[in-house]
Design a binder for this molecule. Structure first.
Ligand code: UT7
Length: 315
């Protein structure tokens, strides 16, 4: 992982602002989720524009020209169009005439799915440099009258540039582990899509049930990825989790016996940005010097589907 970039819309919406028009409060939102504010897309922000901004910053960080990128994968559940894929539009925006791009829809687990796919493309020799992006505008699929969901999400994009290493070095993606269970699809879903005639187009969630699944499945996920690599909790330098709820993150950190200072947290300021949350957190912690070369980083996520998974990387 050689490049990191992020983009957050300028407009910040505080809990108090939501409480002024909904039956909720700053106290409830903070206590139940850890969220204090979220960034909300402006009229000129969309999945493509935010993904492009995050990708450009990741390329700048790595000092790699866009023309050297072989593949672009965008994880998003809020694309601007059914097709062309967001990734293909980003390819054009970056001025790239070669390579290929496609989107992945795995809701909040999308970045882990995209990372796994990029790793496989690199290992199989199909691509040498892959941009992995999460870009989401959940503000456009939220029912702003539903206090059970609209207070939880925010907009943004994050990007990571992966590049093939020379030989078998100690750094890079050590392994990724993906899961889904379609029988739990009714716990968290968007009511409708372009292919359906009658639908609200809003996100719906049975929060308490998703919470229960998240704690159990993410716990199993961190055990799975460490066992696959013959590593233990003590080996983990940083937990960079999907940012849905501070209580879920703290639960996984406690299980790993990781102190709070070793967990990258953005949910307080970004809320849940779905597939963008892990790359946004990586970007923040690499750029402010917390995550350094040689660190072992554990990523995990769970989202609609249900989908879930984990990834372990040595920076
Ligand atoms: O990223 C994808 C994965 N998503 C997640 O991981 C989210 C998982 N779920 C959660 O994070 C939590 O379940 C929530 C934050 C969504 C909800 O927290 P909770 O502690 O599970 O609350 P609850 O749903 O059990 O609701 C408790 C009470 C209810 O009132 P009653 O029935 O006890 O009278 C809700 O109606 O809180 C009420 N409530 C609210 N009150 C004030 C629900 N939303 C709000 C609100 N403000 N915004």
């Amino acid at each position: 992982m050689v490049g990191f970039g992020g983009y957050l819309p300028n407009r910040i919406v505080t809990n108090d602002e939501l409480a002024a028009r909904l039956d909720t409060s700053d106290d409830w939102i903070r206590a139940r989720t850890g969220i204090t504010q979220r960034h909300i897309a402006g009229p000129n922000d969309n999945a493509v524009s935010m993904a492009t901004a995050a990708a450009s910053r990741a390329l700048d960080y790595a000092g790699v020209p866009a023309a050297a990128v072989d593949a672009i994968i965008v994880a998003t559940s809020t694309p601007d169009q059914a097709f062309p894929a967001t990734a293909v539009r980003v390819q054009a925006e970056l001025g790239l005439r070669g390579g290929f791009g496609f989107d992945i829809a795995a809701a909040c687990s999308g970045f882990v799915y995209a990372l796994s796919t990029a790793d496989a493309l690199i290992r199989s020799g199909q691509a040498g440099r892959v941009l992995v992006i999460g870009s989401e505008v959940y503000s456009r699929i939220l029912d702003w009258s539903d206090r059970g969901t609209c207070v939880l999400f925010g907009d943004g994009a994050g990007a990571v540039l992966l590049t093939a290493a020379e030989g078998e070095g100690p750094e890079g993606i050590l392994s990724t582990h993906l899961h889904s269970d379609g029988s739990t699809g009714d716990l968290l879903y968007v009511d409708g899509a372009i292919g359906l005639r009658e639908s609200s187009g809003f996100l719906r969630m049975r929060g308490r049930d998703v919470f229960r699944h998240a704690v159990a499945k993410l716990s199993a996920s961190v055990d799975e990825v460490l066992a696959a690599n013959g590593l233990t909790y003590a080996d983990v330098s940083w937990l960079v989790p999907h940012q849905a709820n501070l209580r879920i993150i703290e639960g996984v950190a406690r299980k790993l016996e990781l102190p709070q200072e070793r967990v990258v947290i953005t949910v307080d300021r970004h809320a849940n940005t779905s597939a963008a949350s892990i790359p946004l957190a990586m970007n923040e912690a690499v750029r402010d010097g917390r995550i350094r070369k040689g660190d072992l980083v554990l990523m995990e996520a769970l989202g609609g589907g249900l989908t879930w998974g984990s990834a372990l990387a040595r920076l």
